[in-house]
Design a protein around this ligand. Sequence first.
Ligand SMILES: Cc1cc2nc3c(=O)[nH]c(=O)nc-3n(C[C@H](O)[C@H](O)[C@H](O)COP(=O)(O)OP(=O)(O)OC[C@H]3O[C@@H](n4cnc5c(N)ncnc54)[C@H](O)[C@@H]3O)c2cc1C
Length: 406
Amino acid sequence: MVTLGVGSPKKDRVLIVGAGPVGLVAALRLARAGIAVTVLEKAEALHSEPRASTFHAPTLELLDTLGLTARLHELGRPSPLWQYRIYETGEAAIFDYGLIADQTRYPYRLQCEQFNLVTLAAAALEKEAPGSLIFGADVSEVSQTTNNVSATFIRDDKTEIITGAWLIAADGATSAIRTKLGVGFKGETYPAVSFTVGTPFAFHEHMPAMLGVNYFWSDFGPFSMFHTRFMWRVGWSPPPDSLDEDTLSDGIVQAKLAKICPAGAPFSLMTARLYRVHKRVAETFNIGRILLAGDAAHLNSPAGGFGMNGGVQDVFNLTTKLIAIAEGAPAEALFDRYTRQRRSAAIDDIHSTSDANYRRHRESDPAKRREALRDMQAIIADPDKHRAFLMDNALINSYRRSEAVA
Ligand SMILES: Cc1cc2nc3c(=O)[nH]c(=O)nc-3n(C[C@H](O)[C@H](O)[C@H](O)COP(=O)(O)OP(=O)(O)OC[C@H]3O[C@@H](n4cnc5c(N)ncnc54)[C@H](O)[C@@H]3O)c2cc1C
């Protein structure tokens, strides 16, 4: 157990490992508060995979304080309505974020690829703190004393060490820092793998009643379709025991898309990615001077679009505390509270809602699907239940609850 010494305001550098959305948003917020930051990123450039496409209301409100939200809107597409739909019959349950327009300035899911946030945040950071993002820096070790924390990284085949006051591990799902520190990461890996492709094909011109966010049940398996500004993202799970190379093969992808919309074949593909889905949470988010955030701290199924949102909410919470510490507030108590607040958000809200979404959408028994559809239609028919469902699925309740945790 490391006892934390007293911070020395403002000049204490915060080290951040990982230039994903979580690390970069943390760095930008601290830099804007006048705190020195260094971001170490093992890749040679920013990642360009689309990955997340949904930005929820609280995240948009937080990012607006950094001046990023207006630009995200220019690059994205708001989706105020979203639906579960039976492909063959057209029966649907349509949710309407308009019902919670009194709760947020952003009553919709903004569909916008994660790389847009990463690119905007990195550019803003470069303006605020030029040279603070170091690419090609693979962090292999971290160590800490009462007064500081060091990261050892390999760059250009040379080993370097950098020292700071605090370190945010935003190094993603396979976090080497979490592993090196021996922090437990209990949970489960869902049995089915998931597959997502991106195509510029205009599905909405060929399929009736498409909304920006669509979860379909069909006789040929569940699939999802999200409309960002420049593409449709279509996701499904391959049959169990499929070989990855088969799932990724152009023939199988084209056949699946043609089943969804025969008019479009052959489809031009902008992205295609297979990924495993987990539900896990770190046993603690604070280990002395080292703080876990984002995917390094918690993983959930993408059903609902919560991973990046939850991670950005983590670092707004955490950087508020780091800014207070730079002004002289005691670190230990604030970091313990960070774990209490954001761990409970991960477990009580993000895990429970994403897990319910995942299981509902994967239901293969037609009778149970119909029952789930009827349940959702009943929720929609009752304005109070409809609002409560939206408040959970927009992560508004989650964010408010976690901020209230003592
Ligand atoms: C298909 C798909 C769809 C998704 N959709 C959504 C969605 O709609 N909404 C949503 O909120 N979330 C969604 N997610 C989840 C979201 O993508 C993640 O939660 C998000 O990327 C987490 O951000 P992060 O910054 O914590 O981690 P990452 O984005 O993984 O970034 C970690 C960074 O750390 C770097 N790194 C790793 N190890 C080291 C090291 N040793 N040294 C230095 N650097 C290192 C990596 O190179 C990387 O740049 C989706 C995920 C997938 C796969």
